[in-house]
Design a protein around this ligand. Sequence first.
Ligand code: BMA
Length: 361
Amino acid sequence: MKPTAFALALILMTACTTKPAGLVERLSNAAETTPFYGHQDDLMYGHGWNSADGLDKLMERSDVKDVCGKYPAILGLDLGYIELGRSCNLDGNDFALMAEAARQHHARGGIITLSWHPDNPATGGSAWDNSDNSVVRRILPGGDLHDKFRVWTDRVCDWIESLKDENGKQIPVIWRPFHEHTGGWFWWGATCCTPQEYNALWHMFYNQVVNERGLKELVWAISPSSSNRELFAERYPGDEYVDLVGVDHYAYLAPGQSQKEADEAFVCSTREVLTWLKEFALLHGKPYALTETGLEGLNSAQWWTGVLQEAIEGSGICYVLTWRNSSREDQRNHFYAPFPGQDSAEDFCKWVNEGKIKMLD
Ligand code: BMA
């Protein structure tokens, strides 16, 4: 019998490295059956509530669970500001609570994915400070920011290393650093460094995390923004440094467009993006995912069964993750998953109940 690309990928991964084979296998199985659903910061806060306010310290609340009775299978968390030695991340999450959320989610059988929006080490600006195009070069060996970035990387590693299960075993995670790098908005993006510099940054970082710090329970995920497949092919660190490929692709309502037109455009563009991602993934023997997506404000009542499902149907992705539901009063429309009473809540339940997407059982 001819082995599938995923089975081959799995054999290769387990043969050459100490990759978390169990997690890779779960992802590959999902790709062949039903993709997992993920939600960023799901247990940390939601529309109008925050676990840091005290009542939710057990990390039991979730907008998604409040809507459909089930937790997302994948919990996304972001390590931005860990590099600065701060106690809270860039969205105000306490790092100790984040670690608790990750442990609880893992104990419930869930999967964790981590991203990182580090500040710009050259300017002191945010991850979105793309004003300096020497920053990646200066982080690389020999550069004046190299030592500083090594300290930042160690802080990342310390936090990841603290994720242990009740038996003291390291919790495996999907690790997605330096994301959306084919876009121009982050300091590691395409307008700030050459492909060689980007790939060298990844190699250097990988080497410190895996070989020096010994963190082996990581599924290394790379996820360009949707814009350009050619850019992605050249900004790809190589198969031995990557375990999963993804793409970050969002729905937008362009000025003058109706929601219906925007929905149709999203279905079309997502199919197109996932087609090239699949080709790339199969060529490189990697599982693939829609690593970030969503419609901000969910102003489309059938968005889950009518739009997102249409967009990903038959694509072979192993998971789809929608972005966060801000708890802040001044970000009332910044949400990408439903909460009770939200217009698309009923459709979300339908999506789940029809078995189109895999939640935590
Ligand atoms: C962005 C927005 C920001 C947030 C950042 C990192 O897409 O949600 O408000 O700070 O992600 O989580």
